[in-house]
Design a protein around this ligand. Sequence first.
Ligand code: EPU
Length: 420
Amino acid sequence: MHEVMKIEGGHLLEGEVTISGAKNATVALIPAAVLANGPVTIVGIPQIADVKALADILRILKVEVIEVADDHIIIDPTKMENVDLDDDIVTKLRASYYFMGALLGKYGYVRMKMPGGCYLGPRPIDLHLKGFEALGAKVTYDKACYTIQAKKLKGAKIFLDIASVGATINIMMASVYAEGRTTIENAAKEPEIIDIATLLNKMGARIRGAGTNVITIDGVKSLSGCFHEIIPDRIEAGTFIVIAAAMAKRMVINNIIPQHLDALLSKLKEMGVNMEVGIDRVVIERSESLKSVDITTRPYPGFATDLQQPLTALLTQANGEGRVTETIYIERFKHCIELNKMGADIDLIPAGAIINGPTPLYGTKVSATDLRCGAAMIVAGLMAEGVTEIDNVYHIDRGYSEIDRKLSMLGAKIWRENVD
Ligand code: EPU
């Protein structure tokens, strides 16, 4: 027996939804908290499986984790021990690699398994490791584990060949206690990076320039506990915006930072979606007819690769030919194969897809091959005639907080079943 998600499509949605704290910030904030020497309180924690996995890793490290309320966690690393992370739990998610930077930064030593996460084509971590080496660490790999150690971490100038989100955050964490100044050039500029730098600065770190492509970190001797509220999840917000564009009679999406969604909102405007953007919310009504657009994924502030998949599902209902080009993960197109099973007309080309619309979609059995493919299947399932059955739901649960409840409140017919 295994769990599937079922959606009966064709029902218009109406009402309000509130976006949760950002997954891709949370999964770095939790490891970053261990750099403190006192309790760190984080508010706005999304209810996702990745958080549970990270809390389990914290417990292995003898860090006290107190879940005060659904979205409120206290992490107390006072009695922490730098235990080897060779447990399989590390391979469940990609973000476990943030313990590399955090533990190296705090203890000058870390041993852990290779991180896991969604398969989106090869996802190397060479830039993280080169960054650690530039700070004076030695990296070795044996028995499926990395060992990273340094007698002393010293600030350095690090140029990233690619503006990697993970490498930027990991190097920030590894260098907060390093002697002297670290400069990260060609740093990633995603909003989540600013959120991590804000947490570290509240603890007492001296990080400047987060959100630009040059970040400087001046090493400090000690960091203390603090209170932090996570920024809203721009990818969850974008997913609901796409769902609203597809199926909303009228939907109000609360707790968003519209500026974080500029690339998506401008594409939807081009498609002909009716939107009213406020300070921290957006109101959307679906239009009878949508126009196709082309998108190319880019690092922030460009079009997010994580929203490429849900938007592709919407493009199947737009008039004309839409072209999607990936520059971040060139193999991130498994959702197109699933969409074609539902009636879409999508041709795959190298690092891209051509969507010919509109074509009616029909409910059938599909798979959430990765997290955002799962989001694309939900968008398609809501639009399709009949019942869509989505397999591998655990991918969706890794990143979307209470998605069934939020959609049900809006009038969607969505439920789970155990099937053979
Ligand atoms: N890259 C390297 N070497 C490295 C690191 C990255 O070649 O050492 C390449 C990657 O293969 C990719 C590009 O650089 O082609 C960008 O990767 P990046 O490091 O920025 O991605 P990430 O940190 O692994 C995060 C998010 C992803 C999101 C990407 C891009 C987290 C936990 N994950 O991944 O989110 O797609 O940034 O914005 O923050 C998701 O939420 O579904 C998801 C996959």
